[in-house]
Structure formats: C-alpha cells, structure tokens
Design a protein around this ligand. Structure first.
Ligand code: HEC
Length: 388
C-alpha cells in the first residue's frame, strides 16, 4: 500500500467532529452540506489534499448509506414528503459514493475524484423537485470557493440550496458572449439549468423571463437558438398572466398537473428532445412532484409517475440526472395491468432501446432484457380468469 494512502486510512479512523453522526434528516443534510463544502474545492484543485479527499469520500458514502437505509426503513424521512423519487435518489446516491470511496481506497484517485465531482447532481436532483425546504446557512470558506470556476460555484451553491447565489453564477455564464461562441452547448446547458431553478424552485416567471431576455441579447446568437428562446419567452409570458394557484389538496394538485402536462404536449415540440416546450415540461414535472408529495390514491400516484417520466424524458437535463426510466418502472409497479402501466411500459421500452442504440445497432444486455420482459408482463392487461 502506498504510504500516503496508509496514512489517509489511519486518519479516516480517527473521530471527526465535522462529520460526526447525525440523528435526523435535517442533521444528515447539514453534515452532507459541510462535507461537500470541504470536499468540492479539493476535488477541482490540482494539489487536492488526498487525505481530505479520502476522508470526505468516506463521510459521503456513510452519510448517503444512512440516508438510504433510514429511508428504506421509514425511520429517516423528510417531513411531509412522500415523493418516491427521494428513495430512488437516496439509493443511487449511496451506490455512487460507495463506488467513489472504494476507488479512492484502492488508489484509483483520479477515477474516484471524477465520480465524486458528479455527486452534487444527486443533491440537486433531490432539492430542485419543487420550492419546498430550507437553505444551507453556513457559508463555505470563501478562500476555497474562490478557486472554483463559475460553473463549479454554481453547482456547489445549488447543491447547498443557496439557490440565489447559484443563479447569480448562471446569470453571468449566460451573459458571456465568449462562452456562447466557444462552447455553445455548455452555454445552452447553463441556461437550461438556470431556468430549471427559476421555474421549479423559485416558481418565478419574471426571473425566467429575465434569464431568457439576457440570453436573447447575446451577439451572434444562432438562428435556431433564437427561435427556441422566443418560444420559451412566449410560454413564460402566458404563465405570467395566469392567476396564482392556491391549492394543496391531492385533487387540486392533480388537476393542475393535468392542465400543465396537456399544455406541454400541445406545444410545438415535435422531437422528444428539441426542447421547444422546455418551460411547459419544467412546470409539468414540478407539478408531478407536488402531487407525489401528497398523493395517496394509487391511480393518482401512477399518473403522476407517468407525467414525471415523460417530462423528464423531454427535459433530459443533466442537472436532473436521467430519471425517466425510474418513473416508468415505478408507474408500472404502482398500478400493474392498467392502461397507465401500459403507457409507461411503452415509453420505458423506447427509452431503453434508445439508450442501448449506437452506431453498431441496438444491443441490449441479457439482464436488461429480462427486466423488460418482467415489466412487460406486469403491464399487460389482466388475463381473463380461467373457467371452473
Ligand atoms: C434523496 C434526496 C436528497 C439528497 C440526495 C440530498 N438531499 Fe439535501 N435535502 C433533501 C430534502 C428533502 C431536504 C429538505 C428537508 C426538509 O424540508 O425537511 C434537504 C435539505 C438540505 C439542506 C438544508 C438542511 C436544513 O434544514 O438546514 C442542506 C444543506 C442539504 N439538504 C444538503 C445536501 C447536500 C450537500 C447533498 C448532496 C451531497 C444533499 N443534500 C443530498 C433531500 C436530499
């Protein structure tokens, strides 16, 4: 074993005040916040401190494991939030951090760092479901944060639920004509991430409108971008005219979700991912999470899972790490042998085929094919009861 690593292992056995055990959800989140604020600057720095990185990776993998197990056992759950997305993300988050920690322990430091850098997407996917929840109050050390690039700062702030500070960074990225010229796809990604926060977390059409206006003012904006942004601006303008909604019941939220999802599908979006109905799908996905948070009726839950799946598939926003297959599968399991299950299954199959298709054709691994056939049987219409 390399001596540096041996030392790091020794260090990680010592008790740490920073990453001490946390008894409830909020405390766990605060520990996650502390860990990520310490860890992220180290991950991007060339001279990242290996001991800090290993210790942080260990803390993350333990915290996320606790989160998953606690959630599975219904002992550790966020207040008044039944959304099944939480359990799914807790599970994935735990798998990913464990993989990172084990890579680092085995000396594959760079690979482990790569994995760790992407963990903020789990924080964000969970937090940016809707506008609920408190922010992280502790400010990470400015000296360390200053070393981060704008996009890394944005990801850190958003992961810590300091959404305003994250938006500030995104706004600067979107207003940067050099970025648009040199890395047009990154530029568009940052704009869409900022919009996701403005629409889903902030629920603020004015803010969305400002972001789109900033982007539209970019010199040398390609025509296809201009067309799309104008469509987004139109969607935001009509949102501004809607009366503010004040429902909090399962039925009321479901009606609103249906209305928004209908709107999204009536838009001009022809291809699954041309993003022209971005604003509408963002709103529909947020409404689906609102329903999932409170819904008890199995049919309503299945419908919200279907809406979430289709919306996430259209959005395919890297900020919300691809989740549609989870929603389709959960929808089938929620209401087997129903029309909804069949609709979800059909979308599920398409998404899987698409995912395994490359230049050499479609090649679906055996275990995935087995899962497909199990889900297909679950979704199929009920068989007539045998006579006798
Ligand atoms: C599985 C879902 C999920 C994941 C993953 C997740 N969070 Fe959270 N987090 C929540 C929820 C839900 C709340 C809101 C708590 C509430 O409202 O009860 C929250 C709240 C927080 C808070 C505010 C705590 C407070 O009340 O003071 C911080 C800080 C936080 N999370 C940090 C993080 C960080 C950093 C990560 C990633 C390393 C992360 N969380 C990953 C679900 C998640």
């Amino acid at each position: 074993m390399n001596p540096r690593l041996a030392f790091a292992t020794l260090l990680s056995l010592l008790p740490s005040a920073l990453w001490a055990d946390a008894p409830n959800w909020q405390a766990k989140m605060n520990s996650l916040g502390n860990t990520v604020s310490e860890l992220l600057p180290e991950l991007v720095s060339k001279q990242g401190n290996p001991e800090t990185i290993e210790k942080g990776a260990k803390a993350l993998s333990e915290l996320s494991h606790d989160l998953k197990v606690g959630h599975d056992k219904q002992k550790l759950v966020p207040a008044a939030d039944n959304d099944p997305t939480i359990g799914f993300l807790a599970d994935q988050f735990s798998t990913q951090t464990r993989r990172a920690y084990s890579a680092i322990k085995q000396g594959q430091i760079e690979y482990g760092k790569d994995l760790l850098r992407s963990v903020t997407s789990y924080c964000i996917a969970c937090h940016a479901r809707h506008d609920n929840g408190p922010a992280f109050t502790a400010v990470p050390s400015t000296e360390k944060v200053n070393r981060l690039s704008k996009e890394e700062k944005a990801a850190l702030y958003v992961a810590l639920r300091q959404f305003d500070k994250g938006l500030e960074q995104y706004q600067q990225l979107v207003a940067d004509p050099e970025l648009l010229k040199k890395r047009p796809f990154d530029w568009e990604r940052y704009l869409r991430q900022a919009l996701a926060i403005a629409v889903r977390v902030k629920n603020d059409p004015k803010l969305a409108s400002t972001l789109i206006a900033t982007a539209l003012q970019s010199p040398d904006l390609p025509v296809f971008q201009q067309t799309k942004l104008t469509q987004w601006q139109k969607a935001v303008d009509s949102w501004k005219k809607e009366p503010a909604l004040k429902v909090n019941t399962e039925v009321g939220l479901t009606l609103e979700m249906r209305r928004l999802f209908r709107d999204a599908n009536m838009g001009q979006q022809r291809m699954l991912d041309d993003h022209s109905a971005e604003i509408q799908f963002l709103r529909a996905s947020g409404a689906a999470h609102d329903v999932l948070r409170v819904a008890r009726d199995p049919k309503t839950v299945a419908e919200a899972l279907m809406v979430a799946g289709k919306s996430y598939e259209s959005l395919s926003n890297p900020l919300f790490w691809p989740m549609e297959e989870f929603f389709y599968e959960a929808c089938i399991r929620q209401l087997p042998h129903s029309n909804l299950a069949q609709e979800c299954y059909s979308s599920y199959v398409k998404s899987v085929y698409f995912g395994y298709t490359g230049s050499a054709g479609t090649d679906i691994p055996e275990d995935v094919r087995k899962l497909l056939s199990r889900l297909g049987a679950l979704a199929a219409p009920p068989r007539p009861k045998p006579k006798g």
